[in-house]
Design a protein. Structure first.
Length: 262
């Protein structure tokens, strides 16, 4: 990494001579935006948890669409402070690959984009915890396991990398639960949640939970949960593992070599 990296330069620690430590780059949470008012409350709660975990780190919120503040406005208000944008998205896709990097490239401050939150073991931890909250049994005998499965319900994307990431998250969750976990989608990809449920029933898996692979409440999350024949977990929201994962992506991005947006 070169000494000219604006983000890395701004995150240096104070020297032994006692010079004032520069402010760290801002962490900007990037939410998609939703017409469901609960979504904004949820991402604000997640932002508050991130701030509590890292006092002194400037943490902001910006939306791609539908809610304020919009990401462009958040970046414009940073007053010259460099920023790392952390998408509150759980797999790669158009927003992660195109929308957010384009906004970062045209920002009035040095800005770069971290990877999506998934796949990662911390994401699987949050999914597992939400299932337990919904009534997933903490222990299960072999007979119960043979009839049990999970549908991992995600938004869906036409980008094949999105499905690859969701399958990896499903494998991480299956390793925790000890039962099959099948990815399914609300739109733009297959299988749909009802199709996955029918396929599992045909295999003798009649006790099937729907694990909500959504950051916040919204239409897709509600539609997927309503299909569950057993239990459905809540969106991941401000679970502590999600806050830890946001900070991990921030630190991971800071540690990466600087590449100009040009």
């Amino acid at each position: 990494m070169t000494a000219s990296s604006p983000l890395r330069t701004s995150s240096r620690r104070a020297s032994p001579l006692g010079r004032r430590r520069p402010a760290p780059p801002a962490l900007v949470l990037v939410a998609h935006g939703s017409r469901d008012p609960r979504a904004l409350d949820t991402v604000r709660a997640l932002m508050a948890r991130v701030r509590a975990l890292r006092p002194g780190l400037p943490v902001h919120l910006g939306h791609i669409e539908l809610n304020e503040p919009l990401l462009t406005d958040t970046l414009a208000a940073l007053g010259g402070t460099p920023a790392v944008l952390v998408p509150l998205l759980l797999a790669r896709g158009y927003h992660v690959k195109e929308d957010i990097p384009r906004m970062a490239a045209t920002a009035p401050v040095p800005a770069r984009t971290a990877g999506p939150l998934g796949p990662h073991p911390l994401l699987a931890e949050a999914l597992h915890a939400r299932l337990l909250e919904a009534g997933w049994p903490p222990a299960m005998d072999d007979t119960a396991r043979r009839s049990t499965a999970v549908v991992l319900a995600a938004a869906g994307s036409r980008d094949p990398d999105s499905a690859t990431d969701t399958r990896r998250t499903a494998r991480l969750l299956a390793a925790r639960l000890g039962v099959p976990v099948v990815p399914a989608y609300a739109s733009a990809a297959t299988p749909a949640v009802p199709t996955a449920l029918r396929a599992l029933a045909a295999r003798g898996r009649h006790r099937v939970a729907v694990a909500s692979c959504f950051t916040a409440p919204g239409r897709f999350a509600a539609q997927c949960a309503a299909r569950s024949p057993w239990i459905a977990s809540a969106p991941l929201g401000d679970h502590e593992a999600m806050a830890g994962l946001v900070l991990h992506r921030y630190e991971q991005n800071l540690a990466a070599p600087w590449r100009s947006a040009a």
